[in-house]
Each structure stands twice: as C-alpha cells, then as structure tokens.
Design a protein. Structure first.
Length: 67
C-alpha cells in the first residue's frame, strides 16, 4: 500500500471512530442505556489515542533532517 493510501485509511479510521462515538452517545442518551454511553466513551478514547499517534508521527517525520 502506498503512502497516500495509508494516510487516507488512517484518516477514515479516525473519522469512523468519531462517528461511532457520537452514535453511541446519542443512542445511549435517548434510550437511557448506560452500556451505549460507556461504549461511546471507549470509542472516543480510541479516537483521541489514535489521533494523537497520527499527529505525533507526522511531526516526528517532518522534524527529522534528511541525512
């Protein structure tokens, strides 16, 4: 898989995690199901962890000087 396709895949996965978190929050609040709210928290946590890794790698790659 080339570099552009890998970046697009990572961004789509990040967007999917965010959408899943929002859907779980909305369904959990509407139905009162605590399990869905907790699942939303888990998806949101994965979103922030995955997003942080994506951004920190980007900065590390850009900050390196070519040898």
């Amino acid at each position: 898989m080339n570099l552009v396709a890998a970046k697009i895949t990572k961004w789509l996965a990040l967007l999917a995690l965010l959408c899943l978190a929002i859907v779980c929050y909305a369904m959990g609040n509407a139905s009162g199901a605590i399990a869905l709210v907790i699942l939303g928290f888990l998806f949101e946590g994965a979103f922030w962890l995955f997003g942080h890794r994506l951004f920190s790698r980007k900065k590390n790659i850009e900050g390196e000087s070519p040898s």
